[in-house]
Design a protein around this ligand. Structure first.
Ligand code: SF4
Length: 515
């Protein structure tokens, strides 16, 4: 933007004064009357000007605020080449999103706020950890780099924070726009070759919900009849969703009436609080977030989220990893079986195993399983079998918890010298084996390889992303309520993290190369 082109003409207009000046950057111009004629303006250095006033040359000049100055000002030139937003701007493509939003706008009435402006403002907010909508509007109004990124120019008006909120919680949510935004940025990461697709890592992190623990009610008493609001409606809508209400049959200790879909949890081993889980599936090469899911803060829901994200990444982006890296939370027998036998993915996951005994007696790992005979062999060399008698109608013997029991002979155990170290309080030893034990055995074998050690190091990448999310992007507590609010916040945060990663890994072209 160029303003104040007439500055030299302005000198003649000030002829009535004996001495006038105005400044452009670090030079001063003035007109000196000489025998009723006004000379053209002459530019001299500040030091010379100071001498004429009798001011010591090294003293900085006095700055006086003036309202009517002419400036030559370019917003484009003002934003440094190295500014993060300049780098991020190369990867923000919102053309397609406008088309998707079109059905959610009326053909009559006053034109609404440009949705692209709102999305760009949201990207600024989540990239720089500006969590308050009111403060975001103020920051975009005042910060020139934010104005440049939002295409506002120097005098473009910034939406009011209430209009900003209304659009965000209305059209954006109805159109699933933030999910589309995340996928658009992810597609750009794939196009730039940043997603290898060979190994994925999965993890979940607790994010404190916007629900006060002082207003909690007893979980056994249920939701108070007067509880109302958008978050309560959403809670009732997801009661049968395995990621929320149907994740567990256990009654929570407390419920938050302001946001009942949250879960009261003490998983951090500190004071309990209401929380949602942010679930990330990342590519192990460059820690690009491949998918994100919001669930209630409980392990069963996190396992379900991992499955959903793996299926969705195949369906939407044709990404089919060869190995999945995770912590013990994903090492349940059922999850490992799903990975190995249904998806053909190597589980680089520690096995969740409670069979270890601590009372000095033999654990299950002291018994050897023989696949051919489907039987265990004990340390004394005796056999533990599933059934010792033949049934007319064959029985599967699978228990409710998807396990089978293998029993030693009572006669063998009674005569065994090892009995005090094996089953001192029972007539014979029993071993429980999951019907998914084959997948667990494969995971145990993988855990002995060098590739598993590499996977363990790569798992830290997803933990670092959560640390960045909470410390740098300041998303340690949600500002929006309900499952939709958590979903929106996690999608925007993941989009911001992927954009920052793109900006970091793909440097800006140098000015010479760009020419
Ligand atoms: S007590 Fe029974 S199961 Fe245990 S070592 Fe002896 S024979 Fe084997």
């Amino acid at each position: 933007m160029i303003v104040g082109r007439g500055m030299c003409d302005g000198v003649a207009a000030f002829g009535a004064e004996r001495k006038l000046m105005f400044k452009v950057r670090s030079f001063r111009f003035w007109a000196i009357p000489l025998k009723k004629k006004v000379l053209r303006g002459i530019g001299v250095a500040d030091s010379l000007w100071s001498l004429r006033l009798g001011v010591k040359p090294m003293m900085g000049e006095r700055r006086v605020a003036q309202e009517h100055l002419f400036y030559e000002f370019s917003l484009e030139r003002h934003v440094p080449e190295t500014h993060l937003l300049r780098s991020i701007d190369r990867f923000v493509e919102l053309g397609g999103l406008r088309r998707e939003l079109a059905p959610f706008y009326s053909e009559m009435g006053r034109p609404s706020i440009d949705p692209e402006l709102l999305i760009r403002m949201l990207i600024v907010g989540y990239c720089f950890g500006i969590r308050s909508e009111r403060r975001l509007c103020e920051e975009v109004h005042l910060n020139l780099a934010y104005r440049w990124f939002c295409r506002l120019g120097l005098d473009g008006s910034v939406p009011d924070h209430s209009s900003f909120s209304k659009n965000r919680h209305g059209r954006f949510r109805d159109s699933d726009l933030l999910r589309r935004l995340f996928e658009t940025v992810l597609q750009r990461c794939i196009d730039e070759g940043l997603v290898g697709g060979e190994g994925f890592a999965v993890d979940a992190s607790l994010i404190q919900a916007d629900a006060s623990d002082r207003n909690r009610v007893d979980g056994a008493a249920g939701l108070p009849p007067d509880a109302a609001g958008r978050a309560v409606k959403e809670y009732l809508a997801v009661l049968d969703d395995a990621a929320f209400g149907a994740a567990s049959e256990v009654t929570p200790k407390f419920i938050a009436p302001s946001d009942p879909a949250t879960r009261w949890t003490a998983a951090h081993r500190g004071p309990a609080f209401f929380a949602y889980s942010a679930n990330y599936l990342i590519d192990a090469d460059n820690a690009i977030i491949v998918d994100v899911e919001a669930t209630t803060a409980i392990r069963q829901a996190e396992i379900l989220a991992a499955k959903r994200m793996i299926e969705r990444s195949l369906e939407h982006f044709d990404l089919d990893p060869e190995r999945l890296i995770g912590d013990t939370a994903y090492g349940s027998a059922e999850m490992l079986n799903w990975l190995v036998h249904e998806r053909g993915i190597e589980p680089h996951i520690p096995v969740f195993d409670k069979s270890q005994r601590t009372d000095g007696t033999f654990s299950r790992e002291d018994f050897t399983y023989d696949h051919a005979s489907d039987a265990y062999r004990c340390p004394a060399g005796k056999t533990l079998q599933h059934y010792r008698r033949q049934f007319t109608t064959p029985r599967t013997g699978v228990m409710k918890d998807n396990s089978m029991r293998y029993r030693a002979s009572k006669r063998d155990c009674e005569a065994c010298p090892l009995k005090p170290h094996c089953c001192p309080n029972a007539p014979a030893r029993k071993i429980t084996r999951s019907i998914y034990e084959g997948a667990r055995d494969l995971a145990r074998e993988i855990a002995k390889t060098d590739e598993y050690q590499t996977s363990r190091r790569q798992r830290k990448k997803v933990e670092m992303l959560f640390a960045h999310l909470k410390r740098i992007l300041k998303l340690d507590r949600l500002r929006l309520r309900g499952p939709s609010g958590a979903r929106d916040e996690f999608h925007l945060a993941a989009t911001a993290q992927n954009l920052r990663k793109l900006a970091k890994l793909i440097p800006m072209p140098s000015p010479l190369l760009a020419m």
